[in-house]
Design a protein around this ligand. Structure first.
Ligand SMILES: [Zn+2]
Length: 82
């Protein structure tokens, strides 16, 4: 559960010099690198929201696992009486 969520996303921008994809690592939570606007405030805001959503999804996943274990436990317990 601990630890930061990974963000290994290549930059989606294209180089102005030759039009080829940039492919540098994007700023964490963003889809562009720092050269291609990754440090702009609106990009940082959107990036922070994505990271938060990812962390929420991860927490929910952990809760689902715990809930599944609990359900199984209760079913085993009650299964003896019915
Ligand atoms: Zn880039």
């Amino acid at each position: 559960m601990a630890g930061r969520v990974l963000w290994n996303v290549p930059c989606t921008a294209h180089r102005t010099t030759d039009g080829l994809p940039c492919n540098a690592w994007s700023v964490r939570g963003a889809t562009v690198c720092r050269v291609h606007g990754g440090m702009a405030p609106w990009v940082r805001r959107a990036a922070a929201a994505r990271i938060e959503l990812l962390e929420t999804a991860r927490r929910m996943n952990g809760l689902r696992t715990r809930m599944r274990d609990l359900i199984e436990q209760v079913e085993q317990e009650t299964g003896r009486w019915t």
